[in-house]
Design a protein around this ligand. Structure first.
Ligand SMILES: Nc1ncnc2c1ncn2[C@@H]1O[C@H](COP(=O)(O)OP(=O)(O)O)[C@@H](O)[C@H]1O
Ligand SMILES: C[C@@](O)(CCOP(=O)(O)OP(=O)(O)O)CC(=O)O
Length: 490
């Protein structure tokens, strides 16, 4: 059986730092998801210098390219329509020609390549699949849908859920190509040997900007490459010149890990133990670029007011990050006592967590730590609503406010909010996930009940949790449930 080169990359949820993270003065808390994109590359027998890319989850999603003298050209009009894929192939192959040499690269491309790209079901709305199977919208129903389920539509028609499909796709495709073309060893992604991960980041970041036609904050590509972290963006001027002149020479000097102009910061971060992130997709959607345009315009027109509000939001975002990290420290100090407090607060509403005189000092620290996260996330929501009102943008519209208020008042729910730019897109929650909950209900079950009965918005759960491992990583095709099967679908 063949063993293709497979590299996966996770999706993202910006739980704090929306808008602010566009400015290098502020940081964002980005959580990477267990849901991933996978790119599998095999040598083909299709003929020399032909690269065929397939996305079997979609109709009409086979694109064929031909490579000559380091240039990758679509062989027909259809192949030119996936700009993201085409640019990733063009710039990664050309970088391989430049760094590995013509002969070595030609040898790998000699019989052509077959590339298959798939994304976990969470990246796309599974409402249609659930209703076709007559299943309620719950996380357990999601687990009974076939992995990498065909969506029955073309890519342009699919309903995305906001986990950052294009960033995860570009990162897995670019990284898999770098490994397959022997520009970086796979140990660069498994063991962080050398600076291959940094190179993959810089190249994926540049290609994603080029495909999107703008230099965004880059937190989504960063999460796909590095996993969860506190993200501070790079100066956009690192990439800006390449947007008009993407020549191989300027690309290779710009993306070099030795290029000191890359000044993004990746600080370690994870959600605390015995908690679970929950995500729901809202079938309404919002257009992030237009929300961003309006907020930035308001900031420009009202510099003082915006500065005051952004400083406050930033303080709250930093407090949230440190309160979450403090909980991880408390767990490390005494995992058993920490676990008993998580169980204890799982059946209480946040307001009751800090009013118990029977807790000893350590236990009270843990309970107060969780309360601090609750309080801070509520204050972030309040400030983001204020930003929305001032900029006249529905960052947390009333229907989302009602939904989040109902969820956040459930026993065992720590906090939540609207991820990223907000709008009618999605919500995130952090709930207690004790080792066992008996005789009580799990906090996540309470939340699922609220979601399934909420009638102001069409809420559908995602199955993603936090990805606790690295970002981009090599995979073995047979260890990922359904991956070999998906790559064999036509
Ligand atoms: N499974 C896939 N296979 C190939 N290309 C994909 C796939 N999923 C997403 N893409 C590419 O990413 C683009 C979506 O980018 P964008 O609208 O920025 O999405 P997002 O907001 O999820 O990042 C698609 O038009 C397509 O070019
Ligand atoms: C506003 C932002 O800071 C965050 C947007 O985050 P989302 O998660 O909402 O992004 P999309 O997946 O593109 O919709 C813009 C940015 O940082 O680029």
């Amino acid at each position: 059986m063949s063993h293709p080169t497979v590299v996966s990359a996770p999706g993202k949820v910006l739980i704090a730092g929306g808008y602010l993270v566009l400015d290098p003065a502020y940081s964002g808390v980005v959580v990477s998801t267990s849901s991933r994109f996978y790119t599998a590359i095999s040598a083909s027998t299709r003929g020399s210098n032909t690269i065929q890319v397939r996305s079997p989850q979609f109709n009409d999603s086979t694109w064929t390219y031909s490579v000559s003298s380091a240039s990758v050209k679509p062989t027909d009009d259809a192949a030119g329509t996936n700009k993201f894929v085409q640019l990733a192939l063009q710039h990664t192959v050309s970088f391989a020609f430049k760094t590995r040499g013509i002969e070595a690269t030609d040898q790998i491309l000699a019989n052509g390549l077959d590339i298959v790209i798939v994304g976990d079901n969470d990246f796309y709305s599974q409402r249609a699949q659930l209703s076709a199977l007559n299943l309620p919208r719950t996380m357990s129903s999601l687990s009974s849908i076939q992995p990498f389920c065909p969506q029955g539509v073309s890519l342009s028609k699919v309903h995305k859920t906001g986990l950052g499909s294009s960033a995860a796709l570009i990162t897995s495709l670019v990284s898999a190509l770098l490994v397959h073309l022997e520009v970086i060893p796979s140990s660069a992604l498994s063991d962080d040997e050398g600076n291959g991960r940094q190179l993959a980041h810089n190249l994926a970041q540049f290609i994603h900007c080029l495909a999107q036609g703008k230099v965004g904050s880059g937190f989504d590509v960063s999460a796909a490459v590095f996993g969860s972290h506190l993200y501070t963006r790079f100066d956009p001027s690192v990439i800006a010149p390449l947007m008009n002149d993407p020549s191989p020479d300027s690309i290779s000097s710009t993306i070099s890990p030795d290029n000191k102009a890359w000044n993004h910061r990746i600080q370690p971060f994870h959600l605390p133990p015995l908690t679970r992130m929950m995500l729901a997709d809202i079938d309404h959607g919002s257009d992030t670029p237009s929300l961003v345009g309006k907020v930035l315009q308001w900031r420009k027109n009202n510099p003082e007011q915006a500065h005051t509000l952004w400083s406050r939001v930033d303080q709250l975002n930093q407090s949230l990050a440190s309160a979450l990290s403090h909980l991880s420290t408390l767990h490390f100090k005494n995992p058993k006592k920490y676990a008993s407090i998580v169980k204890f607060i799982s059946s209480l509403q946040p307001i009751q967590w800090v009013a118990d005189p029977s807790l000893n000092e350590f236990e009270d620290d843990v309970a107060s730590g969780f309360f601090k996260v609750h309080e801070t996330s509520e204050n972030i929501r309040k400030s983001m609503r204020q930003m929305g009102e001032l900029a006249d943008v529905p960052i947390e519209p009333p229907e989302q406010t009602n939904l989040l208020d109902m969820c956040c008042s459930q026993a065992g729910v720590i906090g939540g909010g609207v991820p990223g730019a907000g709008g009618y897109d999605a919500i995130w929650l952090l709930v207690c996930e004790p080792l066992e909950c008996k005789p009580d209900q799990w906090p996540r079950e309470r939340v699922e009940y609220v979601w399934s009965t909420y009638d102001q918005l069409d809420v559908s759960p995602l199955s993603a949790e936090e990805n606790m491992g690295k970002g981009a990583r090599p995979e073995s095709i047979d260890e990922i449930n359904g991956l070999r099967n998906a790559t064999q679908q036509t």
